[in-house]
Ligand binder design. Structure first.
Ligand SMILES: [Fe+2]
Length: 378
């Protein structure tokens, strides 16, 4: 079953399965596009599959332009650079290929291509989506990691060039028109990236499941996503097969679909760590997840126990700790350079982050500081 191709539409149109990337040239031609701008990262362009894809596009008389000048935590200047290239090259569509950074920048270029306002006027925190009124180019997303799930999202996270503050740009019009989710593209991912991105997917599903609000559809998706991860993340890292990589790619899509319901404190904690210390988002989630569960325990105990029962363990926090160790995530915050003197600023950044607004338990700035203290062991 995991070797077959499938079509889904909830709500993005998704083509899923090994080899579906080969359908990209035909999709572009049939939708009347000839000059796709491929937005990706500097590492990915070195991989054989990428060069093969460019050749396949050219062989179909398409004119791809590759844009790969982006930071791992994408900045506004990357988006401006991409917008200038898009317009100067007379590209007619945008294909984001890669992890979250590539797709964030692809989506932000799509947003900004035909809008004149400052990019951060589209900030979701100030209701920026009301300014999304002009044409949005065709946006196609091709994930090569299984974690962010941003291929099925409607927002992108872009940092201020100077302050590094993260801004979320959101509009329903930023949804990709088509996703090609091809698990074969993740087979070359190194174990530490598979592990960190996999823990991001796990965190999405778990935070969505306990987030405030009534959303049984997202809850059901999140539960199945967690079950898939419990069956496949260890194997995807330690003995990759197309089946366990496919299951992780599906769980990643499901996590991002489910978190339309909301996220929680763990994402606010990890956004602060990435902003201040440039720590990989998935790694930060992996480290902070048990502390987020502990903070939420008194209000979400029943739901956490339901998940533990579903995946067949007695203690959810212990399972997460054991999983982290078994996939090579052993770092502590101290080892990553965080010290107790950093906690006031980290707590302020976490508190300002929007993700915890739908956390099942209200989290104050002091609460954030206490959670960071526990994580640091001080
Ligand atoms: Fe995330």
């Amino acid at each position: 079953m995991w070797k077959d191709k499938h079509s889904y539409s909830f709500p993005t149109s998704i083509r899923f399965g090994p080899g579906v990337i080969d359908e990209l040239p035909t999709y572009l031609i049939e939708s009347g596009h000839k000059r796709p701008m491929i937005v990706t990262d500097p590492q990915l362009v070195k991989l054989p599959f990428f060069n093969e894809l460019i050749e396949k596009l050219k062989n179909k008389n398409l004119n791809p332009l590759v844009f790969n000048r982006l930071d791992s935590n994408p900045k506004k200047k990357n988006v401006l650079d991409g917008k200038v290239h898009y317009l100067e090259s007379a590209s007619d569509s945008i294909v984001g290929i890669g992890g979250g950074a590539s797709m964030d920048v692809a989506r932000a270029i799509a947003l900004w291509a035909h809008h004149d306002r400052d990019l951060f006027e589209f900030d979701d925190a100030i209701g920026g989506d009301r300014h999304v009124v002009e044409r949005i180019p065709l946006l196609i997303c091709v994930p090569t990691t299984s974690g962010t799930g941003s291929e099925v999202g409607r927002s992108c996270v872009i940092s201020d060039d100077d302050t590094h503050e993260k801004k979320v740009l959101f509009s329903p019009r930023l949804m990709a028109k088509q996703v090609f989710a091809d698990p074969e593209l993740t087979l070359a991912l190194p174990p530490h990236i598979t592990a960190a991105t996999g823990m991001d997917a796990l965190t999405h599903n778990l935070e969505a499941y306990v987030a405030k609000g009534l959303h049984p559809i997202c809850d059901a998706i999140a539960k199945e996503g967690l079950l898939l991860i419990s069956n496949s993340l260890h194997g995807a890292v330690n003995s990759p097969t197309i089946e366990n990589r496919s299951k992780m790619m599906m769980a990643s899509l499901m996590g991002a679909t489910a978190f339309q319901k909301g996220l929680g404190v763990v994402h606010s904690l990890s956004h602060a760590l990435s902003t201040k210390f440039d720590i990989h988002h998935g790694l930060a989630n992996a480290i902070m997840l048990e502390h987020g569960i502990e903070f939420n325990w008194e209000v979400s105990k029943e739901k956490y126990n339901k998940i533990a029962k579903l995946i067949g363990v007695n203690d959810l926090k212990k399972w997460i700790n054991d999983l982290n160790l078994s996939i090579g995530i052993t770092q502590t915050l101290t080892e990553l350079g965080v010290q107790s003197r950093d906690l006031p600023i980290l707590s302020q950044i976490a508190f300002n982050d929007n993700c915890h607004r739908l956390n099942p338990r209200v989290c104050t700035k002091t609460d954030f500081e206490k959670i960071f203290q526990r994580a640091l062991g001080c």
